[in-house]
Design a protein around this ligand. Structure first.
Ligand SMILES: NC(=O)c1ccc[n+]([C@@H]2O[C@H](COP(=O)([O-])OP(=O)(O)OC[C@H]3O[C@@H](n4cnc5c(N)ncnc54)[C@H](O)[C@@H]3O)[C@@H](O)[C@H]2O)c1
Length: 374
């Protein structure tokens, strides 16, 4: 499958990384997929992307990609306001589409796109990637198996602190003219998807936006009035009459990428935080508390990298999330030392000390466990 990538900013790079490394993570794949063409707002950026990352050809415009009969899939990674037109063209060309969130910037546009895609018989997937972290996957499995019983209430928040610095220029995500909305569209779409996926479709909602820093610098560095919500708070009621709050914020000081939820049912509860992606917390209402606590309380379930087959083999399911990233950093530090004639760290001398300690420890073990000098 040949993929045409439209937009090569942070998410274009993220998608390219995923496609490029797919074969390492799955023991078998029923397809062979590669990016064969890339475009960005500026042709030079597409050139840099294709040359640096071996991603096929740079193209001048999205039309050069969508009109290419050798391309099967269009991957949309542009700012939100552009999605709708690109989606329409890609559907008309009969391409399958992987599109970043939010799908569009109005409900009417999104409904039209969903209808057109269905009529054309193409596959369309939105990138609500948080569904693919293992603790939310496990939460979904537990909810569907009835372990929580009827869901009564929930909380889901997606918190960043990136708008706290008023000296930083606003990016396009803080500009309603390009984002189409504010933090509700950016982080709120993820939080709402998580709440709906786990707790059910929402039948009514109330909302309250917040702009805490109305004056800041715009994209061009000039004085500018913030025109998009920096935080957004909702009360939601699901079709099954669970009530919950969903919020999104970029003015939550001290937070990094904090997507979290709590879900309370008749028989049990679940808690999760993306900043601790190894764990899902589960409360089983059937486990009695009692004197000194009995066996009640939340259980910490280890989910980490435990993906289902064929995705669970590599890296090992016991490896914590981020383990591979550490290996990349380690190799990078070695290659940098070679390329720039720097001292390696950790060095063979460091290794030699560890070797000596291990040898002495074995000797000690064989000789009754006494302390030996290293
Ligand atoms: N799923 C996630 O985790 C996640 C995270 C961040 C952003 N997003 C979404 O991804 C999308 C892109 O966000 P980003 O953070 O990568 O933005 P970005 O600003 O880093 O990159 C945008 C890219 O689009 C290109 N572009 C702009 N206009 C274009 C046009 N008309 N034709 C072709 N290319 C054009 C730019 O050159 C740039 O390469 C947005 O819809 C955003 O909401 C998703």
């Amino acid at each position: 499958m040949n993929i045409g990538l439209i937009g090569f900013g942070s998410m274009g790079k993220t998608h390219a990384y995923a496609i490029h490394n797919m074969k390492y993570f799955y023991s078998s794949l029923s397809y062979d997929a590669k990016i064969t063409a890339v475009c960005a707002a500026h042709y030079e950026n597409a050139m840099t992307a294709t040359e640096r990352y071996s991603l096929g050809e740079a193209r001048h415009s999205e039309d050069d990609i969508i009109g290419d009969p050798t391309i099967d899939i269009i991957d949309i990674c542009t700012p939100n306001i552009y999605h709708y037109e690109t989606l329409k063209k890609a559907i008309a060309a009969g391409k399958h589409i992987y599109c970043e969130k939010p799908l569009c910037v109005t409900a009417a546009q999104a409904e039209e796109i969903a209808g057109l895609a269905e009529k054309a018989g193409i596959k369309g997937q939105i990138v609500f990637n948080n569904r693919f972290m293992t603790p939310p996957m496990r939460a979904k499995q537990m909810i569907e198996s009835g372990q929580l019983g009827r869901i009564l209430s929930f909380r889901c928040d997606y918190l960043h602190s990136s708008c706290m610095d008023v000296n930083k220029n606003a990016g396009w995500k803080q500009n309603r003219d390009i984002c189409g909305g504010g933090v509700l569209f950016d982080l709120g779409s993820h939080a709402l998807d998580m709440a709906v996926w786990l707790c059910g479709r929402i039948k009514s909602v109330s909302g309250r936006g917040q702009i805490a820093f109305p004056a800041r610098r715009g994209i061009d560095g000039n004085e500018w009035n913030t025109n998009a919500d920096e935080a957004f708070y909702m009360i939601c009621e699901t079709e099954s009459e669970a009530v919950g709050t969903v919020s999104a914020s970029k003015i939550a000081i001290g937070t990094n990428d904090d997507l979290s939820f709590e879900i309370y049912g008749e028989r049990g509860a679940l808690k999760y935080s993306l900043m601790e992606p190894e764990w899902l917390w589960y409360y089983d209402g059937a486990r009695a508390g009692g004197e000194l606590g009995g066996i009640g309380g939340f259980t910490k379930i280890e989910c980490g990298g435990r993906y289902p087959t064929p995705g669970g083999a590599f890296p090992s399911p016991k490896a914590p999330v981020g383990w591979l990233r550490g290996h990349v950093e380690s190799y990078h530090s070695f290659l940098t030392a070679v390329a720039e004639d720097k001292t390696t760290n950790p060095s063979f001398k460091d290794a030699s000390h560890i070797q000596l300690v291990m040898e002495r420890a074995y000797e000690s073990n064989q000789n009754g466990g006494g302390m030996l000098t290293c």
